[in-house]
Each structure stands twice: as structure tokens, then as C-alpha cells.
Design a protein around this ligand. Sequence first.
Ligand code: PLP
Length: 282
Amino acid sequence: RIVYVNGEYVNESDAKISIFDRGFLMADGVYEVTTVLDGKLIDFDGHAKRLTRSLNELDMKPACTDEELLEIHRELVKRNNVEEGMVYLQVTRGAADRDFAYPKDAKPSLVLFTQDKPGLANSPAAQIGMKVISIDDIRWGRRDIKTVQLLYPSMGKMMAKAAGCDDAWMVEDGSVTEGTSNNAYIVKDGVIITRHLGNEILSGITRAAVLRFAKEAQMKVEERSFTISEAQDADEAFVTSASTFVMPVVEIDGTAVGTGNVGPVASRLREIYLDEMRKAAI
Ligand code: PLP
């Protein structure tokens, strides 16, 4: 695989980052994941905008312009012949002597690589639906910033697997925040309910698109918090993320949601999302 590291396209085995990089030592970095369908990028602009916001919130400098970023994404997709998969991008504050205070003039490190994921759009999981468990949300208080600090979400995913499930929904003060790597939704009496934005969750790029399409299709949307018992009592549940699009959830903590099968709202939103985003891909 050809990867991109600080201005160069190199073979993955030749890629080098300093052991003093603050991304490595302190998780002092942010990332984005952009999906590739038919060899094209899905919602690149959305991801580029959120990256800029994450960098600003952490007082980090952009490593290059959005135009240059797009060019690097496209070049990697081309060089690695990615038809269906993703481009991972990470910016860290860069290398400096280890110190809690931010270094003044560190040069940000920029790394991008691709991952092939054939069958992403036709995933059998979308027909079956996912099972989730609930876990306490003990992450830090700035989940709106897409940092590389992903240890607790990783642990949550492992807890879900140990319980024979696919993912975990995190709960804080009695309300669902989000999934380990996705935004969470329920559907009750035709209304799509998903937590309002704030510091408690990541503002999903897929979330923004799905809510826009839902409103355009005259579906009702409520942005508010909900509990696990409200979710278990809902007609449908689903999650959204760049790499899973709209993915139905059919069981929460061992309780079937609605009929326990994939529901019509999640299926329809998945179809609309994939159709519209393929059309707009660049
Ligand atoms: N919430 C969390 C915690 C995530 O890690 C992600 C994606 O990685 C999302 C939500 C969904 O965001 P997006 O739709 O931009 O992929």
C-alpha cells in the first residue's frame, strides 16, 4: 500500500513518524475517515470542515489547505486502486520534547492511508441489523472534537463482543450519548429521534446528511436525548457513521426493538443516503 506521510507518498513499510510525535505520546491529534464508493469520495467537504473545527478547538495549525487535502485523498485512492473503502487522515501537533505544555512551533504531522472495504454498501449486516449493549459513558467532556483518544470506545467495542453483540451505546446521566463510533437514533410513531449536538457527542457528518434527507422526505425529526428504556420501547433503532452509513439496530441489552427485524425507516434512509451521496461523490 502507498501511504502519505508529511508531504511524501511512500510504501507503507517505509513510512516514518518520530517517537516524540505528540500524537504517539499524548493522543494529541485529530482524525477523519472519508468513505470511498465507486472510487469517489463521499462528503469530502463535510469531513474537511469538521477537521478544521477540531484543529481550531485544540489550537492546532492545519497541515495544508483543503484543496491540497482533497488532492492527497484522490491521489491515494488512485495509487491504491480503491473502489470501495476509506481514506484515514490524521493530523497531530507534531514532534517535540515531551512536555504537557504545547510546544510553540511544532510542525504538525499529517498522515493518510487507505483501507479497502469491499462490500461496504451491500453489507449483509444492514439486512440483519446490529445488537448493542449499553455501557457507562466515561469519556472526556469534549467529544465534539474528533481526537485520536479512542481507548474507551475500543474497550466498549470489546465489551460488546464479549457479550455476543456488535456495538455499545454509551449512557451518561441516564441518556444515550452515542455508539462507540457512530451516532444513535430511535424511531417512535414515525418520528426520528437523535440526541441534540453539544460537547457530549461528535457531530457526525453522516448524521447531518441523514437528518437533511429525512426532512426533505417529510419525515419528522426531533433532536433530543433519550433513555435506553425509551429505545427498547421504540419501533426502530439505528446508527449512522461514514463507514456504515445507516445501520439498523434490532436489539438493545437483550430486548428486541420493535419487531426485532430491520425496520422501514432505517432501510429507507439507508437507501436515500447511498443514492444521494453516490450522486454527489467527488
Ligand atoms: N460518534 C463517534 C464517537 C464516532 O467515532 C463517529 C465516527 O467515527 C461518529 C459519531 C459518526 O461520525 P461520522 O458520521 O462523521 O462518521
